[in-house]
Write a protein that binds this ligand. Structure first.
Ligand SMILES: NC(=O)c1ccc[n+]([C@@H]2O[C@H](COP(=O)([O-])OP(=O)(O)OC[C@H]3O[C@@H](n4cnc5c(N)ncnc54)[C@H](O)[C@@H]3O)[C@@H](O)[C@H]2O)c1
Ligand SMILES: [Zn+2]
Length: 341
């Protein structure tokens, strides 16, 4: 078992199985509301039964699957459930599930009674290395994550035994973000993924990826600077995701190849070929076939990292050397040509 602290207030525990004390010490706590999704309900029930034995009153609240959970309507129905349950400001909200559950649980906890404690048990690899850590919460309106608050969990519990049972497609989704973390901040991690792909040892790569995320969050909680480097591969990646039926991980894999090609053109980045072969090794696509180029360009141009000077992207001078740079349309087209447009 290992443990590290993020943003001076989140204890991240990486181990096997549920800890004997799932929640941090908090003498005032009497009630715990556990938010979960269909595929993680059995884990939520295990957490509840462990807490029930320590005299806490628990309630499991089921959310709809995936992005259906991240709406104001769902948040409102959870507020009603918390009111009926009598969750007070000394009590705790727990999120057990993928990133959609931890995003919604964090949002509800950050706004209920102006903020109550939240603890996360991420059950997807993406949730473990990315969504549950760093305090970003939110729901979707017309756009993704348009409404939210920064609200850090006091604890995140990552159970490697449980992550090992995930279906391959969910490992692949998370491994794309693990590789991203390696390129940004841990050369050895990038090397492990390049060599082992989806068979990389989870204990080692989860801890390394969490450390990269923690370092960026610690340096810049409000995402005014270096934290934005975590968006490597996500500018063009989001354009592809919204213009296609590809998953987030598949789109980010393509986005990382495109961003590497632009980095090579503008900054002399020398590892584009290795990025392409690693994306392939993870079983992710390296060519975006059949997509509408104009639509991808249009959606890429709407990225949140745009400012008065135009589109800004995270590029790499080298592995472990990310920089934020303005790019123009011909740079983006150069990146897209590297993935088959
Ligand atoms: N807050 C942040 O900093 C941050 C960062 C990255 C992503 N996110 C958010 O995270 C979400 C994506 O995360 P995700 O992919 O984990 O989403 P998710 O919650 O939709 O989970 C993906 C799938 O995994 C299934 N699943 C969950 N636990 C399982 C288990 N134990 N066994 C089998 N299947 C299981 C779910 O039912 C779901 O179908 C997005 O909404 C994204 O915006 C947030
Ligand atoms: Zn991502």
């Amino acid at each position: 078992m290992s443990s590290l602290t993020v943003a001076q207030r989140t204890e991240v525990i990486i181990g096997t199985g549920l800890p004997s004390e799932p929640l941090p010490d908090n003498t005032g706590r009497t009630r715990v509301a556990i938010l979960t999704q269909p595929a993680a309900t059995s884990i939520a029930v295990q957490v509840a039964s462990r807490l029930g034995s320590s005299d806490l009153v628990t309630e499991v609240i089921g959310l709809p699957d995936r992005e259906e959970a991240k709406t104001l309507d769902v948040a409102a129905s959870v507020y009603s459930a918390l009111a009926r349950f009598g969750l007070s400001r000394y009590d705790t909200v727990v999120g057990v599930g993928g990133g959609t559950v931890t995003d919604l649980a964090g949002f509800v906890a950050g706004t209920w009674l102006r903020g109550v404690e939240v603890v996360h048990f991420p059950t997807t690899l993406l949730g473990a290395v990315d969504a549950s850590i760093g305090g970003k919460t939110g729901v979707n309106l017309a756009g993704k994550n348009l409404v939210g608050v920064f609200w850090h969990p006091t604890r995140v519990v990552i159970d490697l035994d449980q992550l090992r049972t995930l279906p391959t497609f969910l490992i692949r989704e998370g491994m794309a973000e693990v590789y991203k973390a390696g390129l940004l901040g841990d050369r050895e991690l990038a090397g492990i993924i390049a060599e082992r792909g989806l068979y990389a040892p989870l204990d080692e790569v989860v801890e390394r990826a969490v450390r990269v995320k923690a370092t960026h969050v610690d340096a810049d909680e409000a995402e005014l600077g270096v934290r934005a480097h975590l968006n490597f591969g996500h500018t063009i990646g989001h354009g592809i995701e919204y213009a296609s039926a590809l998953s987030h991980g598949e789109s980010v894999g393509l986005g990382m190849i495109a961003a590497s090609a632009i980095s090579e053109k503008l900054l002399g980045f020398a590892h584009t070929e290795s990025v392409v072969s690693t994306v392939e090794t993870m079983g992710l696509p390296t060519r975006a076939s059949g997509l509408d180029l104009t639509r991808v360009l249009d959606l890429t141009g709407r990225d949140k990292k745009r400012d008065a000077g135009g589109l800004r992207m995270v590029l790499l001078e080298d592995i472990e050397k990310p920089v934020m740079r303005h790019v123009d349309q011909s740079d983006v087209e150069h990146g897209l040509s590297a993935i088959g447009f």
